[in-house]
Write a protein that binds this ligand. Sequence first.
Ligand code: 4AD
Ligand code: MG
Length: 462
Amino acid sequence: MKISLKQLSKDFKNLSEKQVTIQGWIKTNRNQKEFGFINLNDGSTLSNIQIVYDKSLLNFEEVSKLGVGCSLTVSGRLVLTPKARQLYEIKATEVLLEGDSPETFPIQPKKHSREFLREVAHLRPRTNLFNATFRVRSLLAYAIHDFFIKRDFIYVHTPIITASDAEGAGEMFRVTTLDLEKLPKDKEGKIDYSKDFFGKSTNLTVSGQLEAEIYAMAFKNVYTFGPTFRAENSNTPRHASEFWMIEPEMAFADLEDDMNLVEDMIKYVISYILENAKEELEFFDKFVYPGKIKQLEELVNSKILVCEYRNAIEILQDSNYKFENRIKFGDDLATEHEKYLTDIHFKSPVFVVNWPKDIKAFYMRLNDDGETVAAVDLLVPGSGELVGGSQREERLDKLIKRMEEMKVPTEEMQWYLDLRRYGGTKHAGFGLGFERLIMYVTGLENIRDVIPFPRTPKNCEY
Ligand code: 4AD
Ligand code: MG
């Protein structure tokens, strides 16, 4: 019977002394004249299984020479070994080599730097670190859907190719079929996008929010979860050009409802991981970020702090810490400021609320002070800004004024204004960067290590 190592770890007592077949890749192979031990992993769990083989194998000589990385089909008897480090092992009766792996295999059993492993991103999933990381990524994605579906949110697929700039920041990758060598020009000498595939200028989406707002005005509570793209040239450990974002949007909701949703969601998915990825979290706690499990448990069991943007600026100004850049009201927080707030001052995640309108997007609701908007960023130790959200401007006149001030084209966005013209409600939502969440949960410091195929400036392999 073919069985995965994961299934075996659940069923091993019932399978004692039974014949089983497993398939996987060699982690180590140690042997002596008469017998040997192979540690095999099939990717279904972090733990390897030990295979014991001896001269009774017809191909003993061949097997004893097999190196790290070879793929095998192994049949044998499952033997319980309660006194040993592992609870059970397999006494091999047949070892079939599926694919050889010579000594040039780059992932030998020793410590490799993460930088090196990024260069062999097609082989790094076979390391323990990435085995754990990408299983956690998969489980987190599942837990997120589970959270929203349990709360009757509708999952909306917002477009990847779009003609709008949801954030109004212009950081977009263009989508075109025009011949870049021979661009069609109009009378004024500008590129004539009417000749392009869609008859207009289009780009990859930076956010599904605006389209999610459309669906919130019909389904009340919705969310998107998909890839987003940003052509910002920031080469940092926390920015990717292609990343996944979770964006819920709720009708009849204000900023407080929004923050409650952020908090409930984060606690739900982290509890899910604490419960369902114990082995992986123990690995991260031991090898990547000592204290990670305790930190996650504390988050789940405490209320996330809230700090007004205005107060955050005062805290930063009053501290004796030597920042590279002095900060004043109206400035965005740099990484060093976020770090100070989460790692030194609050020593915990913190919501920063009510930001100056000039450093935030056009759709955020203007507060009564006329100076700030109902926006929230959740900052967490390690990953910095994990969530950005806001209550949206539902008042048509105020929204149009703001769009004009910020030079957002109102002509092409009549559909967005229609949402305010016809049965508009107050509403709010947020965007959570999926990779930043994985960084926080695992303790990994570089976004390139939590996404299978990272895309960053000057880097697009595979
Ligand atoms: O703060 P941002 O730009 O907000 C929006 O896009 C809103 N439309 C969200 C909404 O209200 N529906 O991005 C949201 C989150 C950030 O907090 C961050 O976690 C992540 O997306 N993010 C990135 N993650 C990786 N690489 C990048 N270049 C990112 N830019 C933003
Ligand atoms: Mg933001």
